[in-house]
Design a binder for this molecule. Structure first.
Ligand code: NDP
Length: 477
């Protein structure tokens, strides 16, 4: 029998995705540039299902039933183009290439266009959940033509994570929509991790708690509305003791956060779209700052408060305040990310169901959380919601968090504990709800030095003030 689907690129992700497919009873053709990886997979995991090992690209293509479904799991960029170029001459009309790597959505748009002109279907597919997710059920975000999803969807839904019996997989939208949504997912993941890290830092430096006690605090929070995979692994990391030194693991790890680039892509795109994703931006910059050793060494020891912790009455309830600030800031970060998806859909002409996006992030992926149910519910109530912040359930949570959130940000400033995520989220919230913004002054400055003109609140039209002459506004035509 021919294979229903094939996977090419059998490093960690590809191998696990192939095993996941095989475990669900699908016959899977497997291929890898260097054939040894393929042979290892067939040798070690054939008890899990049926693999058809292919030594060459031609063998691989021949092993597949038509229309062929070929999943690529190779590094984004040149490697993906190289593999596509190798397969294309071997394929026939209607065959489907699925790029499951972390491609940039603009590359996916380009590839989709080029392949559709050759009569091939191209599906850019975001996969989240790391190696564990790929094996046991990832969150899957496929883009590309709807017809391709019709042929592919059942297989993908089979291997995706399930929440309340629903697969964490849906057709996101045309061409690059799947990779776009995966990109924003990763950006939100950066923001969420940064906020959790700030909460940890405040508990540690503001209250003087040790990592084990902080792990207990997070464990408790994980019982409530913050219940999520990221909080869960945070408790694991914080309670871990380094086997070599006997010290808390967090105290022996170099404090320089690395990044592979999807957070940066998210912010770059947000700048293009003009969507303020301050939470994601601060998170990306915080990682860059942490990794800039020379800059940090040069500035170490500059004056400021250090070492003071809250005590007595001041400390009372502060951990709860941090929980409130974390939840409120998280709402802001997610609201910004969903606004970016909304803006991306408008810009690139996709029809994306935001509620459904939140629903497929409930399982399998890194940002899976109970909280996402609330987002789905909010978009079900109003699919055109301008921001999640105005949905009743979130605006009530923000109202409840107000005092704590402000206290945490001000205490952080007083104690000299950096909290860019918390404070920028609060600033975003205050800016959005403000009656008037100082943007009016900026317009004045622009008009003053560059005659850039401005609009008025009291009448229609475009104006320029004759700053150097009589200071009177002149209507511009
Ligand atoms: P890698 O990104 O390390 O890719 C290694 C695989 O790609 C190997 O099979 C390798 O073949 C093959 N490969 C590399 N260059 C070429 C080339 N020029 N031509 C043909 N094949 C090539 O593997 P991962 O499994 O970590 O990731 C795969 C993809 O999944 C990436 O795009 C990654 O961004 C994405 N991803 C990864 C996640 C993760 O948690 N790791 C999560 C979600 C997505 P060979 O064995 O011959 O060297």
């Amino acid at each position: 029998a021919k294979a229903e689907i094939g996977v090419s690129g059998l490093a960690t992700m590809g191998r696990n995705l192939a095993r996941n497919l095989a475990r669900h009873g699908h016959v899977v053709a497997v291929h890898n540039r260097s054939a040894q990886r393929m042979r290892d997979l067939v040798e070690n995991f054939s008890d899990e299902g049926t693999f058809v090992g292919a030594e060459s690209a031609q063998d691989f293509v021949d092993a597949l039933e038509r229309p062929r479904r070929i999943v690529l799991m190779v590094p984004a960029g040149a490697a993906t183009d190289a593999v596509i170029d190798e397969f294309v001459p071997l394929l026939e009309q209607g065959d489907v290439i699925i790029d499951a790597g972390n491609a940039h959505f603009l590359d996916t748009r380009r590839r989709e266009k080029a392949l559709s002109e050759k009569g091939l279907n191209f599906v850019g597919m975001g996969v989240s959940g790391g190696e564990e997710g790929a094996l046991n059920g990832p969150s899957i975000m496929p883009g590309g033509p709807k017809e391709a999803y019709d042929a592919l969807g059942p297989l993908l839904e089979d291997i995706a994570a399930k929440v309340d019996g629903e697969p964490c997989c849906t057709h996101i939208g045309a061409d690059g929509a799947g990779h776009f949504v995966k990109m924003v997912h990763n950006g939100i993941e950066y923001a969420d991790m940064q906020l959790i890290a700030e909460a940890y830092d405040l508990l540690r430096k503001g209250l003087g708690l040790d990592p084990a006690a902080i792990a207990d605090t997070f464990r408790q929070w994980n019982q409530g509305r913050l219940d999520s995979y990221l909080i869960e692994i945070t408790t694991e990391v914080l309670s871990h003791v380094d086997a070599d030194s006997g010290k808390p693991f967090v105290d022996v790890v170099a404090d320089e956060a690395e990044q592979k680039g999807t957070g940066r892509w998210t912010v770059q795109n947000a700048l293009e779209l003009g969507v303020p994703v301050t939470g994601i931006g601060e998170a990306v910059f915080a990682r860059s700052l942490s990794g800039n050793r020379a800059l940090r060494d040069a500035a170490r020891g500059l004056p400021g408060t250090s070492g003071a912790v809250l005590e007595g009455a001041a400390a009372e309830g502060f951990a709860d305040d941090i929980e409130q600030a974390l939840y409120a800031s998280k709402i802001v970060a997610y609201a910004q990310g969903f606004n970016q998806i909304q803006a991306g859909a408008a810009e690139y002409d996709w029809s994306i169901d935001l509620g459904h996006v939140a629903a497929i992030w409930r399982g399998g992926c890194i940002i899976r959380a109970r909280f996402l149910d609330e987002i789905t519910a909010a978009y079900r109530r109003d699919p055109a919601l301008p921001t999640l912040l105005t949905d009743t359930s979130f605006s009530e949570a923000l109202a409840g968090a107000q005092d704590s959130w402000r206290r945490v940000v001000s205490v952080a400033a007083q104690l000299g504990i950096p909290s860019p995520g918390f404070s920028s989220a609060l600033a975003y919230y205050d800016a959005l709800r403000a009656d008037r913004l100082p943007a009016a002054l900026i317009q004045g400055q622009r008009d003053f030095f560059g005659a850039h003109t401005y609009r008025r609140t009291d009448r229609e039209g475009t104006f320029h003030t004759l700053w150097a002459e009589d200071g009177r506004p002149q209507e511009q035509r």
